[in-house]
Design a protein. Structure first.
Length: 262
């Protein structure tokens, strides 16, 4: 079976500087990957490549078995689900939450140009219920809290039944209660065998949901370490990625890190 995502020797150069430099990375069926590192390390750039919105300067990328540069990305993009703060900003504030989810069936932002069946509305409602925001279906998107918006956006991403799921810092900007609620929902998704291969980008080990299987640690565009989560996410490897010595604790599938004394 082809990998959901396969990058070999990927390099991205901007203004003469390599912001991604020689990354090899493979995401297989059933994998739940965390991509972790400091600001500017290349996390979002890798996600933009995986979501087919950016071509690397060099290297080979296959998404769902298709070689980037030799396939029509317009037909491939609907098979890749992407949840990001930038995309949420594109939704019309007055749009009903149910419509914000349902329109993902066609990759649309408005419900006006496509025909929807009762089954589409039912699926949208089920996804909202699954993520704990079913009661908000008739609310306007603009009235939601940050945590509610993130859960609605995740429901929208799942509406299209993607074959690869990419989550760009889904818990960024959330308070503790909202963050923990979303981490619990992501853990439920990770445990569900019907969930597609998943990639979650974050700055913080505290945001890694239980059930995630692998980690890719980045620093300055290079992969510091990558592989199964438990043996790869060590104090030494995390310290190399963050550029500071760290203490790391793991308990019950969750992680906590803080800077060690210099």
């Amino acid at each position: 079976m082809a990998a959901a995502l396969d990058m070999t020797g990927v390099r991205v150069v901007r203004d003469g500087r390599a912001i991604v430099d020689g990354v090899d990375w493979r995401v297989d069926a059933g994998d739940r990957w965390v991509v972790l590192g400091p600001n500017g390390c290349g996390k979002t750039t890798l996600l933009r490549i995986a979501s087919l919105w950016l071509h690397p300067t060099s290297g080979e990328v296959r998404v769902l078995g298709e070689l980037l540069g030799r396939t029509d990305v317009r037909t491939l993009r609907p098979r890749v689900g992407v949840a990001s703060h930038a995309f949420a900003d594109l939704l019309r504030p007055e749009l009903a939450v149910r419509d914000a989810v349902m329109t993902a069936k066609y990759g649309a932002l408005e419900p006006w140009w496509h025909r929807y069946e009762p089954a589409d509305a039912e699926r949208a409602a089920q996804l909202l219920d699954r993520l704990g925001v079913g009661a908000l279906a008739e609310r306007r998107f603009a009235t939601l809290s940050s945590g509610e918006r993130q859960r609605v956006q995740l429901a929208r991403t799942l509406m299209a039944e993607p074959e690869l799921l990419l989550l760009d810092e889904p818990t960024a900007g959330l308070d503790l209660a909202a963050r923990e609620d979303l981490v619990d929902r992501l853990a439920d998704l990770a445990a569900d065998p019907t969930t597609p291969p998943t990639v979650l980008v974050t700055h913080h080990v505290e945001e890694i949901p239980p059930g995630f299987t692998h980690v890719l640690l980045l620093r300055a565009g290079r992969a510091v370490a990558g592989g199964p989560l438990a043996p790869t996410l060590t104090e030494a490897a995390l310290g190399r990625a963050l550029g500071v010595p760290v203490h790391l604790e793991a308990e019950g599938g969750r992680y906590r890190a803080w800077r060690a004394p210099r």
